[in-house]
Write a protein that binds this ligand. Structure first.
Ligand code: NDP
Length: 501
């Protein structure tokens, strides 16, 4: 075999534990696959409970070390600002790794990683603004004040769809608050996190403040969640895993924040700018190939414009270009993993079985150039009833359910008739209607005349089964702090010791 036809060597990654590059204790590795080619490109350490234990102990030692615990909050903030600079410097390299692992468009991942540094700047800026209060209690002989203190070791469990961005939503506030961390990325997309973890040393963080553990959730997940030295778990992923993590955490009295996805309604009224609404519907379900927790996977269209809107939607979506996610011309990339592609195709079968009509797509693309990748065609179902499984369950792929509605009350009824509550979109020119819908929709985020807008400054999280707690915005830092109330007796002597003071 000549050298040009030899398979390229796999990149071998290591974890960062206690500031050192760590090989898995059992010497096991697994391959990371490129969803566009189906080929292995990297080797990831397959960790077990002993590695998880080492990572948590390193994080705990760092939490107690003078190098971290005695660092002034403003100095902690400056480390985060330095990290932000390094992210900007390496954005292209990190984004390319994410594309190789999750198959999402380079345009999308580069945009995400370039924006990511703002999370570390924002929370870096908050690090020295964590203020307690002096409380004028009803006991004048007492001086009472509060302190907000870090929790300890935070385990951040991240999914495969936007690994570094969703990590930043957890890590930036956790570190700004003075915690240390162990990161467990998805087994499918670990490489960018392993590269990213190396930047912490360069930014000047003490060793052990940020540690990584890769491997399969079933091998290391429980060991991390139940570890006695772990104070909190910040999780983004599927609701079944989220419920499992939450259950274990409750048994061991640990804090959790959960971001568990959704089945978000994107609601188009007949008074909307229908050109914009069309772009919003496309962005909602075909952006990121629908592999996003905020996908607008239920498109509710007012009956008076339903048929014309669906015709335009189908015509537009038919032209979406599938292909190499690294190319700027590609609009729809592959599905991140082979099992997930099968799951998405399975939902298409379920929808057909339930009687929904497939108006576009509905399978794998026939183009032989795409046969190596895990593609699913942009798919649109019409005639969907909101009680069907295709309307109630998260597909996490480019599969849209279109549901007609009559008026505002009908739209609210359908939109809220679901266990999830992560996000919702409303398209209307009527300001009264925009306010009314924003108030009545049961969702953590409501977009009016836009879709998929997020910022480090604005709280994000779910109602109902979509999660617990909030990421982003000033309130996010509170999720990583605990409040201490300090009472100082200013009076002489102690009165009756047998009664509450
Ligand atoms: P999971 O919920 O299984 O994965 C999310 C993270 O949890 C991964 O890092 C995973 O690691 C980890 N994990 C798995 N098992 C455990 C465990 N026992 N203890 C602790 N951590 C664990 O998501 P999937 O990848 O299986 O996707 C399933 C569905 O979840 C998708 O089809 C989609 O509907 C939804 N989803 C939602 C996301 C969101 O943004 N809210 C993101 C991704 C998926 P590992 O990969 O190694 O198993």
């Amino acid at each position: 075999m000549n050298s040009s036809s030899a398979a390229p060597a796999l990149v071998r990654y290591r974890n960062t534990i206690g500031g050192k590059q760590a090989e898995p204790i059992d010497g096991q590795w697994f391959e990371s696959l490129n969803p566009y080619t189906g080929q292995a490109w990297a080797e990831i350490p397959r960790c077990g409970p002993a590695d998880a234990d080492a990572a948590v102990k390193a994080a705990h030692a760092a939490f107690q070390s003078a190098a971290w615990a005695s660092l002034k909050p403003s100095a902690r903030g400056k480390l985060l600002l330095k990290l932000a600079e390094l992210i900007d410097r390496d954005a292209e390299r990190l984004a390319a790794i994410e594309v190789r692992d999750n198959g999402k468009l380079m345009a999308e991942m580069l945009g995400q990683v370039r924006y990511l540094s703002e999370w570390y700047r924002y929370f870096g800026g908050l690090a020295d603004k964590i203020e307690g209060a002096v409380i004028p209690t009803d006991k004048p002989e007492m001086f009472n004040y509060t302190r907000h203190e870090p929790l300890g070791v935070v385990v951040a469990i991240t999914p495969w769809n936007s690994p570094l961005l969703l990590l930043g939503w957890k890590l930036a506030p956790a570190l700004a608050a003075g915690n240390t961390a162990v990161i467990k990325p998805s087994e499918y997309t670990s490489a960018s996190t392993l590269e990213f973890a190396r930047l912490f040393e360069e930014a000047g963080f003490p060793p052990g403040v940020v540690n990584t553990i890769t491997g399969f959730g079933v091998d290391v997940g429980d060991a991390l969640v139940t570890h006695p030295l772990v104070a909190k778990i910040a999780f983004t992923g599927g609701d079944a895993t989220g419920a499992h993590v939450s259950e274990l955490a409750a048994r061991h009295i640990k804090r959790v924040t959960l971001e568990l996805g959704g089945k978000s309604p994107n609601i188009v009224f007949d008074d909307a700018d229908l050109d914009n609404a069309l772009m919003g519907a496309i962005a909602g379900i075909f952006g990121a190939s629908g592999q996003t927790c905020i996908a607008g996977s239920r498109l509710l269209v007012q009956r008076s414009v339903h048929d014309q809107f669906v015709d335009r939607l189908v015509a537009f979506a038919r032209t979406a270009r599938m292909g190499d996610p690294m190319l700027a011309t590609t609009q729809v990339g592959p599905i991140t993993t082979l099992p997930h592609r099968e799951k998405v195709l399975g939902y298409i079968d379920i929808a057909r079985g339930e009687g929904a009509q497939c108006a576009l797509g509905g399978g794998r693309p026939s183009d032989p150039a795409l046969s190596g990748g895990w593609f699913v065609e942009p798919t649109i179902f019409v005639g969907v009833d909101n009680r069907m499984r295709i309307a109630q369950e998260e597909v996490f792929g480019p599969v849209l359910s279109v549901i007609p509605f009559d008026d505002e009350a009908d739209a609210i009824r359908i939109a809220n008739d679901i266990n999830f509550g992560l996000a919702a979109g409303v398209w209307t020119r009527n300001i009264r209607r925009a306010f009314l819908m924003s108030e009545r929709l049961q969702a953590g985020t409501v977009w009016v005349n836009t879709y998929r807008a997020v910022s480090y400054m604005s709280p994000f999280g779910g109602f109902k089964r979509s999660g617990i707690g909030r990421e982003n915005g000033q309130e996010a830092i509170r999720e990583y702090l605990q409040t201490k109330s300090v009472w100082m007796n200013l009076a002489e002597g102690m009165p009756n010791p047998f009664v509450l003071r």
